[in-house]
Design a protein. Structure first.
Length: 461
């Protein structure tokens, strides 16, 4: 596994072991564009992540390990919920070509065959990466290394031609920190800066149809590393180097939270004329706080036209590369977590039940946000809670206010706060007949920030 940068997100999971208080449903860009946005399920909505994402013109995938496909709960959850898969380790160089020019596709083929049998897309991950690299590659001199790199790309892409919708052609080629420099690796050290361009040009000669992506971590917000990647992509597009997409791994935790400029960062890359993909999403935490963070990410992707899909890095917490942080949408028993409900709601789907299968559910609710007044230094907002196809007796909505904004009052709702996330429940107005609605309001002091607050899924019973 790659090194964990100090104070940052782990590099990634490539080895099996990376009072008025405000509510809003959307990121700032969506709020400004739309004004009113619904977030939560309804009786008419689709019931699984992949279906809900498809209705929004996106895919919703997961990383898959071949050795778990024989576990019934794992396979059934995968099949019921996702419409795209990424082999977790099975397409790494060491897994496919441990000995020079001797390829073993068995485990990767198992994942691809399973995906194809279920109508799922496949992301290829990854062709050129400094880690999980067989020793024989590192020992090659420059000329031989170039030949081996191009041969590996050619052989692997040829084997899977027509079966992969996007390839991570080059992975994690930039350093963390403030320099934006390239990472030391056999490819960088012996072939120089041009190895990335060469890898992409080779890939295009093999498969003219697959999307060719650059993939990295700690590039989710604007910083020295993402700026360096941005400059590279901009240069490639200007010179006609065949790059189609950029992957943002999106491993988040308390030390490395979802950045406030996440959506804006995705947008600036999309504005270069490439697709953006959230490729390895996991968010450590639990409960409403985790759910609210997942909502931020999904809403950011939905707000950027060029964001084509999201992939979470694993099906269940128990097999996550950082399982102690419980970062995924299903717990170790394949029960849906609040984060699952929040993601499905953000995608416009409905949730119900505690297992890993499709959710139907009753007593769903929606939460719709409207900014009702604005002035220098503050604003008022109103959230309307509406029952779905059956009546409800109570509701709850998690709310995150972006720092340094503060809330001065909430009316018609009772807030409780935990870990920076406020959950609003009814004061007196919890019981609603099917289709009926109620509302609560709030006042926010902006303290110089124009960012919109973020709301998780409305839950009801």
């Amino acid at each position: 596994m790659a090194q964990i940068p100090p104070g940052g997100t782990p590099a990634r999971p490539h080895l099996p072991a990376r009072a008025r208080r405000a509510l809003s449903l959307v990121t700032a860009g969506v709020l400004a564009a739309a004004g009113v946005v619904a977030l939560a399920g309804s009786a008419e909505a689709v019931g699984a992540l992949g279906d809900a994402a498809a209705a929004k013109g996106r895919y919703f995938g997961t990383a898959v390990a071949a050795n778990h496909l024989g576990e019934a709960a794992y396979a059934s959850t995968l099949d019921a919920q996702f419409d795209s898969v990424t082999p977790e380790n099975e397409m790494k160089w060491d897994a496919l070509e441990g000995t020079r020019n001797s390829f073993n596709f068995t485990a990767a083929d198992q994942i691809v065959s399973h995906a194809q049998s279920k109508g799922m897309k496949v992301r290829g991950h990854t062709l050129v990466w400094h880690s999980q690299l067989p020793g024989w590659v590192s020992g090659l001199a420059a000329t031989d290394l170039r030949s081996a790199m191009n041969n590996h790309i050619t052989q692997v892409m040829t084997h899977y031609k027509g079966k992969i919708h996007s390839w991570d052609v080059v992975n994690e080629a930039f350093q963390d920190g403030s320099t934006g420099a390239r990472r030391s690796s056999p490819f960088q050290d012996k072939l120089g800066d041009g190895f990335i361009e060469e890898a992409f040009r080779t890939a295009r000669t093999v498969d003219a149809d697959a999307k060719l992506c650059y993939n990295d971590y700690n590039t989710d917000g604007q910083n020295a590393k993402s700026n360096a990647v941005y400059a590279m992509v901009k240069d490639f597009k200007q010179r006609g180097v065949p790059i189609d997409c950029v992957g943002f791994q999106s491993h988040f935790n308390s030390n490395s939270p979802v950045p406030s400029d996440f959506q804006a960062n995705l947008q600036r890359f999309a504005d270069l004329g490439v697709d953006v993909q959230i490729t390895e999403l996991d968010i450590e935490g639990s409960g409403t706080a985790q759910a609210a963070n997942y909502t931020k990410v999904v809403n950011a992707c939905l707000a950027v036209t060029g964001c084509k899909g999201l992939t979470v890095w694993g099906v269940t917490d128990k097999y996550s590369w950082r399982s102690s942080g419980t970062p995924l949408l299903f717990d170790g028993d394949y029960n849906k977590k609040p984060a699952y409900d929040a993601v499905l709601a953000a995608l416009g789907g409905s949730s119900g039940g505690g297992d890993g299968g499709d959710g139907g559910g009753t007593g769903a609710c929606t939460a719709t946000y409207t900014r009702t007044a604005s002035w220098g230094g503050g604003y008022n907002g109103e959230v309307t809670i509406k029952a779905g196809g059956s009546g409800i007796t109570t509701w709850a909505v998690p709310v995150t206010i972006p720092s340094p904004q503060t809330v001065s009052a909430v009316w018609n709702g009772t807030p409780t706060t935990s870990g920076g996330v406020m959950t609003v429940k009814p004061t007196w107005n919890g019981t609603l007949a099917a289709g009926a609605s109620t509302s609560f309001g709030f006042t926010v002091t902006t303290n110089g920030s124009t960012a919109a607050p973020v709301v998780g899924a409305c839950t009801a019973s």
